[in-house]
Structures are given as C-alpha cells and as structure tokens.
Ligand binder design. Sequence first.
Ligand code: KG4
Ligand code: ZN
Length: 352
Amino acid sequence: MNILGIETSCDETAAAIVTDRPAPRLLGQCIHAQIAEHRPYGGVVPEIAARAHLDRLDGVIRRTLDEAGLGLADLDGIAATAGPGLIGGVMVGVTTAKAVALARGLPFIAVNHLEAHALTVRLIEDVPFPYLLLLISGGHCQLLIVDGVGRYRRLGTTIDDAVGEAFDKSAKLLGLGYPGGPAVEAAARSGDAQRFDLPRPMFGKKGCDFSFSGLKTAVRLAVEALPAEDAQGRADLAASFQRAAAETLADRTARAAVLFREFCPSGRHLVVAGGVAANSAIRASLMAVAARHGLLLAVPPPRLCTDNGAMVAWAGLERLRLGLADGLDFAARPRWPLDASAPKAGFAGVKA
Ligand code: KG4
Ligand code: ZN
C-alpha cells in the first residue's frame, strides 16, 4: 500500500508518502516549518498557524508526490492528523485529506497525532508489540505500554507542563528564542551542566508521573540572578536545565521499565518518540536506562521525532492494514487521549 499522510496539528505543514511494499519505506516527503511566521511572537500563534497551513498545504502535497515520483492514482489511502492539536490547523489537514479521498474514491484515515508518534519507529525498524513508550513532545509527556495499534495503557503523564514546553519556556527565559528545544540543546553544548543545582520534580517518587513546572520556575529565578551580559552563565544554565530534564525523564522511565517487565515479560523494547526525543543528551540518558533494565532502545532519527508527515502516513498505513478506515463525517478533535480509560493525573489543568 502507498499512503499519503498530512500533518497540520501545530506549526509544521507536512506531508509524506510511505509504503509497506516490499518493506516499510518513506517514498517522499515535504515539510514547511512555520518558523518565520511565528518567530516575531516567540511562540506558535494558533490563528497564524491555521492560515499558514491553508496557504502551504497544496504545495507541500504537490512536492511530496513529485519527490516520490507518484500521482494521486498511485495512492491507496489518505491519512491526516485529526487531533489532538490546534483545532484550526487540524481542520485544514482533515478537510484537505477528505477532499482528496472523496475526489479519488480512496479510504480516509483519521490519525491520532500521538499514535503517529507512537508508531513511527516501526517505519524505520522492526519493533514488535508490546513495547514501552516514552512520548515526549511540546504538548505531551507520557509513559505508555503499546500493546498494538489503537491499544495503549498509560503508566504515567505530566501533572503540569510537558517536557517540550519546559524546553521552550526555558529557551525564552534564556533569550534563545523560538523554536526552543534545539536552541537549548545547541547552547548547552558549550555549557557546564554541573554549575546549577536545579530541582528534579517527582524524582524518586512513587508512580510514573512527571512534573516540570518547578524546574521551569527554578530556571526563571536563576536567569534573573545572572548579569545580562553573562553568555557563559546562560550556556551553563541551559546545560544544567537539560541535565535535570534528562535525569528526571530517566528516573520516571526506569520506574516504568520495572512495571513493563512485570506486565509484558515478552516485551523487549523501550521506544522514545516526539520532538524532545531528537535531543541527544536525553537519548543518551535513556540508552542507559534501557541497558540497565535489559531493554533495547529504539528511537526514530531526529527528523522523524519532530512533527512530520511520514509518521501520519505510517500510522494511517498500520490502521488501514487492519481495516480501520474512517468515514468522511469524522470530526477533528482538539483533545484525543491514547488511553481513554486512564484516570486524570491529579491536579487542575492536567494534560490528558
Ligand atoms: O513532536 P513535536 O514536533 O510537536 C508536538 O507534538 O508537540 O515536539 C515539539 C517539541 C517542542 O517543544 C520542541 O522544543 C521540542 O519538541 N524539541 C526539542 C528538540 N527538538 C525539538 N527539545 C529538546 N531538544 C531538541 N533537540
Ligand atoms: Zn508531535
């Protein structure tokens, strides 16, 4: 099957075509990252994002088909992120996908953006179910057991901010601008990660939940105490923040690894996905966790960790293979948890 996937849930307008014949493979892709559009505001502005998706999506799909050397007649299905995300952008992607599906008589697959992150690794390597998943992005920070397509058991989630959000807010406080995660990682390279002793919220606590708002506040207080011209101090703070984030993720994931070994003795893999999985310090600390718990670490390459069309196309392909196409009346969803049965994580404002 050849599946076209469309991603428009945040600030990337992206499309890709994947196939599973004879083996999983990316045939073509195009990403327009809306960096110039949002940079003046220091973060993503939902209305500007939706408008930019509308302006760009046709061209992005055209270039994807050209790169793959395929026409619409060569496709077997059209997938689009149908949530969770910024609803204006999600609607642009969903409406476009439905229109192409209707015009061409092709199946439409409504993809959960989180499921797309969760399954991407299987486009790249042969990772069988079940696996333990650490999903770390701008809006989510969760530990889940992935039992199969559409089958998730949540072990933990953040009780306040997502880790990507902590990277983005710290970048802003450090004057590193938008997009924040890669900027913090770059600044941290010339910094001393031991210089600032920052809090590691939830570290060593029972369960697998996360919290990052205290760490963010500590970064703010440390920035305020630094002289404005102290560039080395900022690099040291970026490095210390990244280390605290990596150690916190490692601690929570180690707890989940114990549960995973107990619930799924046949499971062999720890998978890390989502934009923050592009961070090499975080990858290294999770590699150590996997090794300690007898698991194999599997992480998509960085360009497939941050939002892209291939992850949506691949999740669409996995679903269509199981006969899970959707009707054209499927409505975009601003919220769409992977494990709908998981309890709320405790406090007000919790991300599902
Ligand atoms: O998965 P993603 O592209 O979008 C969401 O679904 O949220 O994740 C974006 C997040 C942002 O918070 C961004 O700052 C973070 O991933 N990110 C990184 C890196 N690259 C992207 N965080 C740390 N280090 C990076 N290299
Ligand atoms: Zn994402």
